[in-house]
Design a protein around this ligand. Structure first.
Ligand SMILES: [Zn+2]
Ligand SMILES: [Zn+2]
Length: 288
């Protein structure tokens, strides 16, 4: 018997997402884990925070994803849920460039399991601008991959409750109308334009969500060698991969330590991805 599949096979799993993320997540999970994915149609995830900041997200990315999963289980009375949560922040070393961190969380309250997968992507169109004319809006739109990627227009970057926020703009006429209204309602004749980061308006983000779902599936299928609990996962990495030329230890990862969340069994696994030596370009001795 294939033990790893018996944990979730044929169980109802609430995919607590909006914005059509199920289009990339559901088939993967159904095929590889044989869960029965159910997307509740009355679960408004916007109540837990929006990218457009009129509702602030509570807690960090993991806490937000966990909270959504708990709420979804509360509402549906089920015991298995998966949620997804995205965040965007400045690239650590390239100014004015954003990166995208996606997180997918599985919560199983029947077996008391939580498994989290994350992906960091430097491929994102996440961007915003302050504009004063329709022409500026159109040139911004061109840069971010409009109309395949949607846009948001509002009169200022930090919206007040009374402000009109135009979201999910995907055609030129809608864009021009929104920009004109936003400009007219601003005393300084300025408007704020930004990329719509909701999954269905952002195919680039959707791809990262799909990749993160695949990572989650790998983690689910990685079971503890001692007790066969799913989600046997890396808790620590150790540097020291030897340089190919001089065998001096580099800062690259030499081993990963896995731990079971159920029985705490640990395993040290050397040479992730079967890479035994580091390129001398990473060596402080050969390439100081
Ligand atoms: Zn175990
Ligand atoms: Zn070296």
């Amino acid at each position: 018997m294939n033990k790893e599949k018996s944990w979730f096979k044929n169980r109802v799993c609430i995919l607590a997402t909006m914005h059509k993320k199920e289009e990339v997540m559901a088939s993967l999970l159904e095929e590889k884990i044989q869960m029965k994915i159910v997307v509740p149609d009355n679960f408004n995830t916007d109540q837990f925070g929006t990218f457009t900041r009129e509702i602030k997200r509570l807690g960090n990315q993991t806490e937000a994803a966990r909270f959504k999963a708990q709420k979804a289980l509360e509402i549906t009375g089920e015991t298995l849920a998966i949620t997804s949560e995205g965040s965007f922040f400045p690239h650590p070393s390239i100014p004015f460039v954003s990166c995208n961190r996606e997180l997918v969380l599985l919560l199983d309250t029947f077996n008391d399991i939580e498994i989290i997968a994350t992906e960091l992507s430097f491929e994102t169109n996440h961007s915003h601008a302050s504009i004063q004319t329709v022409e500026e809006a159109l040139s911004f739109a061109e840069k971010i991959g409009f109309p395949e990627h949607g846009l948001v227009v509002m009169s200022r970057a930090e919206p007040e409750k009374s402000d009109k926020i135009f979201k999910g703009i995907t055609n030129k006429k809608e864009l021009i109308d929104a920009v004109e209204i936003a400009l007219n309602s601003s005393p300084e004749n300025k408007a704020h334009i930004e990329t719509d980061m909701r999954a269905m308006y952002n195919p680039t983000r959707m791809k990262v969500i799909a990749k993160t779902t695949e990572t989650l599936i790998k983690k689910i299928l990685n079971t503890c060698p001692n007790c066969e609990f799913p989600g046997f996962d890396i808790i620590e990495t150790k540097p020291g991969l030897p340089c190919e030329m001089c065998h001096f230890p580099t800062d690259l990862i030499k081993s990963e330590i896995y731990q079971c969340q159920k029985c705490n069994y640990q395993e040290n696994r050397d040479y992730p991805n079967n890479i035994k030596y580091a390129d001398p370009m990473y060596c402080n001795f050969c390439n100081p």
